[in-house]
Design a binder for this molecule. Structure first.
Ligand code: NAD
Length: 267
């Protein structure tokens, strides 16, 4: 007999009837999150600067009986974010995943204002605007926000990420301050700190590094040798934790920062 007030695991993990908005869902971690959320029953709003990639993903997900819509948005452009929310705020998502991000390497002396602005606009300011819009649009109904930060926020390891690390530290700080003020209004707001995940983005970054600097290749080798699990993670291994944070499995978790990093931060 099932105890009163007891939810089964199937009920706890289900996203049936929910709508999730995932940024940067054309590739890597964002794509894997969209796939798992669809499997858990959520309809999806897929956001990316690359419309072809999200349209392709939408075609595969639609076969699975969930509603999927795609929106081409350049998240570095505040007006584009305003326009998106004008379009969707009458039916805002229940779950927002701020995943889109860039991680360009640059020597300290070569960082100029345009470069710094671009990294901060995409990695931090867009997350701020998206959280602000979500909280205003959902008012007292609450909702779930998951922000993708990075282990680099806590433990800078690779050379040349002088703008990336601070942008991701900002994401962590924003997550915690919003959780403090809005968790009593039925929001749960958490961060994931991935590290060493094998994605198209990290593979492209590695190719760029090969062209640029031997020092950065050395960083990659050192990264693996101090990584307790001695292997890179898959995007789906991040998506599974996102699903826990999006679902009632984590109904008492807010303001948390969860590393998904093969143990890197502990080593
Ligand atoms: P990825 O490059 O494979 O995918 C990122 C997606 O974001 C792409 O589809 C890209 O088109 C989209 N995007 C980029 N700029 C955009 C913009 N201005 N507007 C809209 N969409 C844009 O990246 P990934 O490796 O899957 O990383 C996803 C997130 O995880 C990023 O925030 C990254 O910083 C973070 N992260 C990744 C790792 C890792 O090891 N892969 C580690 C720590 C943190």
């Amino acid at each position: 007999m099932v105890k009163a007030g007891y939810s089964t695991l199937k009920e706890l993990i289900s996203l049936d009837g929910k709508v999730s908005l995932v940024t940067g869902s054309g590739s890597g971690i964002g794509k894997a999150i969209a796939e798992r959320f669809a499997e858990a029953g959520s309809s999806l709003m897929l956001i990316d600067i690359d419309k072809e990639k999200i349209d392709r993903l939408a075609d595969t997900l639609k076969g699975g009986n969930v509603d999927v819509s795609t929106y081409k948005v350049d998240l570095s452009d505040k007006k584009a974010i305003d326009n998106l929310w004008e379009e969707i705020s009458a039916n805002p998502p229940d779950i927002l995943v701020n995943n889109a991000g860039i991680y360009p390497f640059k020597k300290l002396e070569d960082v100029d204002e345009a470069f710094l602005d671009r990294v901060f606009d995409i990695n931090l300011k867009s997350v701020f605007w998206m959280c602000q819009k979500m909280i205003m649009a959902r008012n007292n109904r609450g909702g779930i926000i998951i922000n993708i930060s990075s282990i680099e926020a806590i433990l800078p390891f690779k050379n040349g990420l002088y703008s990336y690390g601070p942008s991701k530290w900002g994401v962590l700080s924003l997550t915690r301050s919003l959780a403090k003020d809005f968790s009593n209004k039925a929001f749960r707001i958490n961060a994931i700190l991935p590290g060493g995940i094998n994605t198209p983005g990290t593979r492209n970054a590695a190719k760029g590094v090969l062209k640029l600097q031997l020092g950065l290749i050395k960083d990659g080798v050192e990264f693996l040798s101090r990584l307790p699990m001695r292997r890179l993670g898959s995007p789906d291994e991040v998506a599974r934790i996102a699903l826990v944070l999006a679902s009632d499995l984590s109904s008492y978790v807010t303001g948390a920062a969860i590393p998904v990093d093969g143990g890197f931060l502990s080593a």
